[in-house]
Design a protein around this ligand. Structure first.
Ligand SMILES: NC(=O)c1ccc[n+]([C@@H]2O[C@H](COP(=O)([O-])OP(=O)(O)OC[C@H]3O[C@@H](n4cnc5c(N)ncnc54)[C@H](O)[C@@H]3O)[C@@H](O)[C@H]2O)c1
Length: 274
């Protein structure tokens, strides 16, 4: 148990990535606070962890609302005594470009990705410092935060902002022994998330269509397979654990080599040529 006795807050605990990361952290012995604006996503995630023998609680919260964030930190401390690990994963998808993105939608997407991470990091770090806990903060990026994806302007901008937020905050908090890193997922094998959703009692009528859509991504990845939430969970556990004691301000890519691929090379061509 690499995280025994630790308390982790995970934001954005849907049945997909956040739920997988929360479960993976709980499986290593941490108590997990499942944060989501949708109360069912927070409670279904927490219930599944408890059914598996772990410790978890649901904390419905909009990450952009300062008072709600403060109250989650207070509840975590009251229930479990501390905050040691924070995973900032809450996000929304809204694939629009600069020409058609309404201002209000831009502001909302940026606020969830950046302001949400700012608020949770601020109050979690204050709590860690007050209690002398040498914590670990992990921000969830995306390969779209490293590259210029067209017609996904707020997501690309928010995620790349989160990359340098990570480095800036890592410098500020290094002296307190708090490590701040990011984790970069990419297009994700949907099968694990679909299975988790079904276990949570959700219906996924378009499962086949979703799997088909991701097949096109798989072919572009050097390893010729897509990561699953479980793969991100293992990486998050590593970053949160003492195994990563000297690692801060780093971005850990869990992308099967996608971001390092030579831009003109198409991996699934027989000759490996672009
Ligand atoms: N799915 C992928 O292939 C993929 C790839 C790269 C990066 N990511 C990143 O991984 C993370 C999780 O992605 P996912 O696919 O599981 O997405 P998802 O939509 O399944 O989960 C996101 C969760 O965030 C919650 N959320 C949205 N707004 C919120 C708010 N204001 N306050 C609190 N919670 C809020 C949603 O309710 C949802 O449960 C995101 O940060 C995403 O950008 C996902």
């Amino acid at each position: 148990m690499r995280l025994a006795g630790k308390v982790a807050i995970v934001t954005g605990t849907s049945s997909n990535l956040g739920g997988g990361i929360a479960s993976g952290i709980a499986a290593e012995g941490a108590s997990v606070v499942c944060v989501d604006v949708l109360p069912d996503n927070a409670s279904d995630c927490a219930h599944e962890i408890e059914r598996g023998g772990g410790r978890a609680m649901a904390a419905p919260c909009d990450v952009t609302k300062e008072e709600q964030v403060r109250s989650v930190i207070a509840r975590s401390r009251k229930t479990y005594g501390a905050v040691d690990i924070l995973v900032n994963g809450a996000a929304i998808f809204n694939e629009k470009g600069v020409l058609d993105m309404p201002l209000a939608e831009w502001e909302r997407q940026i606020a969830i990705i950046l302001t949400g991470a700012f608020l949770f990091t601020k109050y979690a770090a204050q709590s860690m410092i007050e209690q002398g806990r040498r914590g670990s903060i992990i921000n969830i990026i995306s390969t779209a935060g490293h590259q210029g994806q067209p017609r996904n302007v707020a997501y690309c901008t928010g995620k790349s902002g989160l990359l340098n937020f990570t480095r800036s905050v890592a410098m500020e908090l290094a002296g307190y022994g708090i490590r701040v890193n990011s984790l970069t997922p990419t297009a994700t094998d949907p099968s694990e998330g679909i299975e988790r959703a079904i276990r949570w009692g959700r219906s996924v009528p378009d499962a086949d269509r979703i799997k088909q859509r991701f097949e096109a991504f798989r072919k572009r990845v050097p390893m010729q397979k897509l990561p699953k939430p479980y793969d991100y969970a293992r990486a998050a556990v590593f970053l949160a654990s003492d195994d990563a004691a000297m690692i801060t301000a780093m971005d850990l890519r869990v992308d099967g080599g996608a971001l390092s691929r030579y831009w003109a090379w198409v991996p699934d061509t027989p000759e490996g040529e672009g």
